[in-house]
Design a protein around this ligand. Structure first.
Ligand SMILES: [Zn+2]
Ligand SMILES: [Zn+2]
Length: 113
């Protein structure tokens, strides 16, 4: 586990940049909260607290590779894995449909495998 308390400020900044990169790489955005008094949505400024909470939320969320919905593997299920080197995530609905489809294919192709 990463111990934020023991980090130097440089390490912490790097760590934070990684978090933001990972967040954006998921296709999630960091947007000012219109309900927050510190955020400035006109200038696209997001305050530290909102940034943190959005990153935290993003960390527990995956974006489904099929339907692009956001889901929480911990709370909702679904699966995270890799197709070769390609990281993929499937929401519970798409996972279920894929299993059905795979079953259908498997049934039809039994003799050819
Ligand atoms: Zn804010
Ligand atoms: Zn999906």
């Amino acid at each position: 586990m990463i111990d934020i308390d023991k980090m130097t400020s440089d390490q912490w900044l790097n760590y934070r940049e990684d978090l933001i990169d990972a967040h954006l790489a998921k296709g999630l955005s960091l947007t000012p909260d219109p309900n927050c008094k510190t955020c400035d949505s006109v200038n696209d400024y997001i305050c530290f607290e909102c940034e943190c909470s959005q990153i935290d939320k993003g960390r527990s969320l995956e974006v489904c590779s099929v339907c692009s919905c956001e889901f929480s593997p911990e709370d909702e299920g679904g699966v995270i894995g890799e197709f070769g080197i390609l990281p993929v995530a499937f929401c519970p609905t798409c996972l279920c449909c894929m299993m059905d489809m795979a079953d259908q294919f498997r049934g039809e192709d039994d003799e050819n495998v």
